[in-house]
Design a binder for this molecule. Structure first.
Ligand code: BTN
Length: 248
């Protein structure tokens, strides 16, 4: 089914990802999308809170029921980033860039993020929820100071208020196309597009994983969407998940 054939629009909700998870548990179809005006318990990666005030930002979750061969969530998040960055570039003219694994960046500030959550059984994904948050119309002064320091919005960058609905529809169109490539296992197509949408390759980055902090050169992504880092010793390390800062 086409992504976004059914869109459920909500006012205030705790988290669109939590709502979509409940729907998926109850059997909601692949491609169903949940969109909210604001969230009271928006979830970010690594247990963080995603500040989600009302007023025209995107808070959206997509329910996916991938084929059993798709076991790799990192590549799904990378693919979702490609879809979002392309859609946000198209209508804003902003140079929206991707920072591994899930950040949408403009001029070094965070415009949006993606949180992928999965339910698995016997090593296969039963369903995946791809949660997308994009700051469209939020005013910087309406964000807490710690978020304000690192975030931006379309309105902040372009000085214009914009309809989030156009972006939502473009993101869903792009998502539909790139998800197809993922299912058809056209990994190189996705990775090539990602490479063209990032400026972090070849730069010195610091990555914090669950167990360690590594500094090195961001070399590339592998076929699973894992980050390949070249450490000062010359050794290459593959990282499946972590928090990345571009140092220089
Ligand atoms: C990140 O930490 O960068 C990921 C943020 C993801 C936020 C979105 S907003 C819509 C969806 N529902 C949630 O609770 N979180 C995601």
């Amino acid at each position: 089914m086409k992504i976004g054939k059914e869109i459920i629009r909500l006012g205030t909700i705790d988290s669109t990802n939590a709502f979509a998870t409940d729907l998926a548990e109850k059997g909601a179809a692949h491609g169903t999308v949940v969109v909210a005006e604001n969230q009271t318990k928006g979830k970010g990666r690594l247990g963080r809170i995603w500040v989600s005030p009302p007023g025209g930002n995107i808070y959206m979750s997509i329910i996916l029921r991938p084929p059993t061969e798709l076991r790799n969530v990192t590549l799904l998040t990378v693919m979702a980033g490609v879809a979002c960055a392309r859609a946000m570039r198209r209508n804003t003219g902003l140079t929206v860039e991707l920072k591994w694994p899930n950040d949408l960046m403009v001029s070094g500030r965070k415009l949006g993020g993606i949180l992928t959550e999965v339910k698995s059984k016997a090593g296969s994904i039963v369903f995946a929820i791809v949660g997308i948050g994009v700051n469209v119309n939020v005013r910087m002064e309406d964000l807490p100071s710690d978020v304000r320091r690192i975030a931006t919005s379309v309105r902040n960058e372009t000085t214009k208020e914009q309809s989030k609905d156009v972006f939502i529809s473009d993101i869903l169109d792009e998502f539909d196309t790139w998800y197809e490539s993922l299912v058809e296992d056209k990994r190189e197509l996705i990775l090539d597009e990602w490479r063209g949408l990032t400026s972090m390759l070849g730069r010195t980055v610091q990555v914090t994983t669950g167990s360690e902090t590594l500094t090195g050169i961001a070399d590339d992504l592998d076929e699973k969407g894992f980050l390949i880092m070249r450490l000062p010793s010359g050794i290459k390390r593959k990282i499946d998940a972590g928090d990345l800062t571009i140092l220089r």
